[in-house]
Structure formats: C-alpha cells, structure tokens
Design a protein around this ligand. Structure first.
Ligand SMILES: O=C(CO)[C@H](O)[C@H](O)COP(=O)(O)O
Length: 229
C-alpha cells in the first residue's frame, strides 16, 4: 500500500508532465507542491522547458525552485500566468476547496485568480463530500484583528489565532495575522465566503470556490482526474 507521501508524489509527477514549454507557470506551496518542484526540476534538467517565467506563492517554494535551477519572478512582473499548480487542504466534488494550511493563502489566491488554468494536486485524504474538517484560515489586518475575532466568535465560528511553536502569533508574509475558523462541515461555503469578502480588515480567506479547473487525486489504485464541467 502506497504511503501518503508516495501518493502526493504520484500526483505531483503527473502534474509536472502537464507543464508546457515556453509558458508562464505559477507554483503553489506545501508538501505536495514540494514533490512537484523536484519533478519539474528533474524534467527541466533532462529537456529544458525554457519557461517564460515562474511565479510562486511562498519563500519556501521560491528557495526550492531556485535550488532546482529556476529563476523566480514576482507576480506583479508578469502579464499573465498560463498554468498554476498548487495543493489543497480539502476539496469537494464541485472542485471547491479550503487552502492556506501553510499560511500562504493570500498570494495563492492572487496567483490562482490570474492563472488561465488552475490544477490542484492532492492525495485522496483531502477529498470530502462537504467542505470542512480543516481549519479555515482568514488573514486579517492587525489593526482590527480583535474586532474581527469577536465578530467571528459571535458567529460561532470558533476563531483561534494561528500561533508559532513558541506561542507567539503567526505573522504572514504581509505582516498580518491568521485567524483559523472551525467549519465542520460548512453548510453554505459561498455564504461564508461572501461574508468574509465583505468584512473590513479581512485581507483574504482560504475558501477557494470555483477557482480550480482540474484536480489530480492520487489513490492507491490510480490517479483520478477531475475537471470542472
Ligand atoms: O494551501 C496550502 C498552503 O497554504 C497548501 O497547498 C495546502 O496546505 C496543502 O499542503 P500539503 O500539500 O502539504 O498537504
């Protein structure tokens, strides 16, 4: 029986084969994406892909891409992204997901929304009938974080500040905090997404609805390939 890491690697390797030469590539964050970056690096060393540009969503992925010989650009420096490959924390059968377990949700959503084609790579443990079972990250501005924390509490969303191992508050790439919400399961994802979108002081949230075009799901038997209808 394949381990979870072997399943992640299988999905990642298949995604690396989807990258077309001479294109602009977006690369996400996480352990599954880490397998993707290594697979892409190996492919590129064998036959150079001559990518126009690569943008990524975290310093971690940037360092790994650079270690694999790629030059990484800022999102603002490219005029389009052809394909974005990213992981996900949960995905439902409508190809909606929760992302941001690694705290990179704001840049992940910005790259995804600007990509012509989005592909998520996951192992079967990420698939759910209804979104939930994973803390929903909400990136908030420090200036109004306490007010928003109380608002989420009043809405019974069980807010928790994300913390570092030493107990200090986790600070995002953009100097903000993350409040994780307990949604298990989430009855109306679009309703909560709309509420968060309209909340002043919320920078971004981890509900990625109608955003991905394809999901590669590694199971012990095969890699399932879901596409948006
Ligand atoms: O959204 C993300 C990071 O913010 C990741 O894509 C998500 O957490 C999946 O990670 P992994 O592949 O390690 O399970």
């Amino acid at each position: 029986m394949a381990t979870q890491d072997e399943l992640k690697q299988q999905a990642a390797t298949q995604a690396a084969a989807m990258v077309q030469p001479d294109t602009v590539l977006g690369v996400g964050t996480g352990s599954t994406v880490a397998f993707f970056i290594d697979a892409l690096g190996a492919r590129n060393r064998q036959t150079p892909l001559n990518l126009q540009a690569i943008v990524t969503t975290s310093n971690r992925s940037r360092q790994q891409l650079e270690a694999n010989g790629f030059t990484v650009s800022e999102l603002a420096a490219v005029d389009h992204v052809d394909l974005c490959i990213d992981g996900a924390d949960r995905v439902d059968h409508d190809l909606n997901g929760i992302k941001g377990g690694g705290g990179a949700l704001t840049l992940e959503k910005n790259v995804a929304i600007n990509a012509t084609h989005n592909v998520w790579i996951v192992d079967q443990s990420k698939v759910v009938d209804r979104l939930g079972g994973f803390p929903l990250p909400v990136e908030v501005l420090p200036v109004s974080c306490e007010q928003n924390f109380r608002r989420f509490d009043q809405l019974a969303l069980q807010p928790q500040y994300r913390l570092n191992e030493d107990g200090s508050r986790y600070v995002t790439h953009y100097g903000n905090y993350i409040i994780d919400l307990a949604v298990d399961p989430l009855p109306i994802p679009a309703g909560l997404a709309a509420l968060l979108d309209q909340t002043v002081g919320v920078v971004e949230h981890g509900l990625f609805l109608n955003m991905t075009d394809e999901v590669l799901i590694a199971t012990p038997e095969k890699i399932e390939h879901w596409t948006r209808q």
